[in-house]
Design a binder for this molecule. Structure first.
Ligand code: SAM
Length: 230
């Protein structure tokens, strides 16, 4: 973990159980100042992804977090979903909370190629993870890996913190400072386009396009659904 001064591995090690509690209770999952009227929180993204990708599809939650809330959510709804995270304690917490998905979650570092064949997944979620990866690696390794791992037509849900440089903010839910790598939205869009992704547009009132919101910390985010070219 040496190349990234911003990877809060110790934070997640220390707070794995609390992170799972905050996440499962959707405590930080309600958004303010969202750019799309239908975007109120994580639950709205989950609902929209389930419209874009039917149950039964194979998915990966890249950086699933302590407790793997979303892996459990989609698995319960019939998705063949797996989760990876770089922090062992986060995976242990997922297995403790959800023994049903114990075999579906494992430790992996998204700064390196994932040990799966090309086109292994119909969808990939990567929510609030590249904020812990240095931009050169996120752009040159992590995002291209998502393109490689998706089938043609597959969907990526990507959420990242926006701005330039690194930001440190006090997070009252953990009584701790947290530091995040920020990304310029246009830089991420350029890489996604280069990797053959097209942003899923708004469809009537349904979520789509390049969306922005602020979380309760408060930190500014971008979230989008992007489809890999067929
Ligand atoms: C803010 S949490 C988000 C967790 C989950 N995606 C969610 O939306 O609740 C960031 C997660 O990314 C994981 N992470 C950070 N760097 C990683 C890396 N290089 N490879 C895999 N996971 C990483 C952390 O361990 C942590 O669980």
């Amino acid at each position: 973990m040496s190349r990234n001064p911003d990877f809060s591995e110790d934070f997640y090690r220390r707070h794995a159980r609390r992170y799972a509690e905050v996440s499962h209770n959707f405590i930080q999952s309600v958004y303010i100042d969202a750019s799309h009227p239908a975007l109120g929180g994580d639950a709205d993204l989950m609902e929209r992804l389930q419209e874009l990708v039917p149950a039964g599809c194979r998915g990966l939650d890249a950086g699933c977090g302590a407790g793997a809330r979303d892996v459990f959510h989609y698995w319960q709804r019939g998705y063949d979903i797996y989760g990876v995270d770089a922090v062992e304690e986060n995976i242990q917490e997922a297995r403790r909370l959800h023994p049903e998905i114990a075999e579906r979650v494992s430790v992996a570092d998204l700064r390196r190629p994932i040990d799966q064949r090309d086109g292994s997944f119909d969808f990939i979620l990567c929510n609030a993870v590249i904020q812990h990866i240095s931009p050169d690696i996120a752009m040159e390794v992590t995002l291209p890996e998502f393109a490689r791992l998706l089938v043609p037509g597959g969907v990526l849900q990507l959420m990242f913190k926006t701005g330039s440089g690194i930001a440190t903010v006090y997070d009252r839910d953990y009584a701790s400072d947290r530091t995040f790598q920020l990304y310029e939205t246009d830089d991420v869009l350029t890489v996604l386009t280069g990797q053959g992704f097209t942003v899923v547009p708004e469809e009537g009132a349904k979520l789509g396009g390049v969306m922005h919101f602020t979380d309760p910390k408060p930190m500014d985010h971008c979230v989008l659904f992007a489809r890999k070219e067929r």
